[in-house]
Design a protein around this ligand. Structure first.
Ligand SMILES: Nc1ncnc2c1ncn2[C@@H]1O[C@H](COP(=O)(O)OP(=O)(O)OP(=O)(O)O)[C@@H](O)[C@H]1O
Ligand SMILES: [Mg+2]
Length: 236
């Protein structure tokens, strides 16, 4: 069974007398452990699709199934609980809380899981160390560079090992070298934990990390490109 099964997904916005079809009928399966890149021109519906999959927005029509659970049928409360337990999210603009230190920002999702304070501090430190920021744990976001802030937001998305991590343009504000470092870091963490990673990107170079690239156009999936596994290459 696929991890996520999307059928007939539509999102329409009504603006004045116009209907904007942000998503216009998406069918899609995502498997456990997939590393997925979502590519397409501006306005093609990438962020809308990502937000729907993460349960941050509700579709107009269609189903998003995680196993037997249809996200579109859950109450707001149930969706929030589902997200807190299973999903991590990396935003292009980091979305860190400015008054909290790096460690406090990273520890925050663990509060919602009811993990005791000492364990939260330890776990936040462990993951900040993993992203190379063990000497910046007490700094606030304004005292960090863009790349460092994005590392903190990656640490926050990965803390508590969620099974799925969504990222909207995680390298959108970073230079090429830092982008490659951040992607390599994400790839190594997701591979080690067998986590599923789904990201939106403008940058075709970043798709080299992905096993599956989805191309979007006008709210539709135009094509899907899958990297061959080593077994498939040998069979050819
Ligand atoms: N709240 C909204 N109300 C009306 N239209 C919206 C709303 N949100 C998105 N749209 C429209 O839906 C379409 C898809 O938007 P979306 O943000 O998903 O695009 P995107 O592919 O992520 O683009 P970008 O690469 O610029 O971030 C766009 O035409 C956008 O104008
Ligand atoms: Mg977008």
């Amino acid at each position: 069974m696929s991890l996520i099964e999307v059928r007939g997904l539509k999102k329409y916005y009504k603006v004045g007398s116009n209907i904007i079809k942000a998503l216009d009928g998406i069918d899609l399966n995502i498997e456990r452990g997939d590393f997925v890149a979502l590519l397409g021109t501006s306005g093609s519906g990438k962020s809308t699709l990502l937000n729907m999959l993460a349960g941050l927005e509700r579709p107009t029509k269609g189903t998003i199934k995680y196993g037997k659970v249809d996200l579109t049928k859950l109450s707001e409360e149930e969706i929030t609980k589902f997200r807190n337990l299973n999903i991590g999210f990396v935003f292009q603009s980091y979305n860190l809380l400015p008054q909290l230190t790096a460690r406090e920002n990273v520890a925050l999702p663990l509060t919602f899981k009811g993990i005791p304070k000492d364990d939260r501090k330890k776990e936040a430190y462990r993951i900040l160390k993993q992203v190379g920021l063990s000497d910046r744990v007490n700094n606030k976001p304004s005292e960090l560079s863009g790349g460092q802030q994005q590392r903190v937001s990656i640490a926050r998305a990965f803390v508590g090992t969620p099974s799925i991590i969504f990222a909207d343009e995680p390298t959108g504000n970073l230079d090429t070298k830092t982008s490659f470092e951040i992607m390599s870091l994400i790839k190594s963490i997701t591979t080690a934990n067998n986590e599923t990673f789904i990201m939106v990107t403008h940058d075709e170079e970043m798709t080299e990390f992905a096993d599956k690239t989805l191309f979007m156009r006008d709210g539709k999936l135009e094509k899907v490109h899958e990297k061959l596994t080593i077994d498939e290459v040998l069979e050819k």
